[in-house]
Design a protein around this ligand. Structure first.
Ligand code: ZN
Length: 65
């Protein structure tokens, strides 16, 4: 199983070996690419970003435009 961060789903996704779309066994370390359930292709070890993009927020009524 893999648990890469999916930038489309904005969270780590648990993906099984059937989600593998490519594997470069000659790379060091081995490079495995998987497809998320949403269709996004990511590296199997894609880390969670330090500052994940914020979800779109509703306009803050207190903010003056
Ligand atoms: Zn996804």
């Amino acid at each position: 199983m893999f648990a890469p961060y999916c930038p489309t789903c904005r969270k780590r996704m648990l993906l099984g070996p059937r989600r593998i779309v490519a594997a470069d066994l000659s790379a060091q370390p081995m490079a495995v690419t998987v497809r998320c359930f949403c269709g996004t292709v990511v590296a199997a070890d894609n880390p969670v970003p330090a500052n994940p993009p914020a979800l779109p927020r509703r306009a803050d009524p207190r903010r003056v435009a």
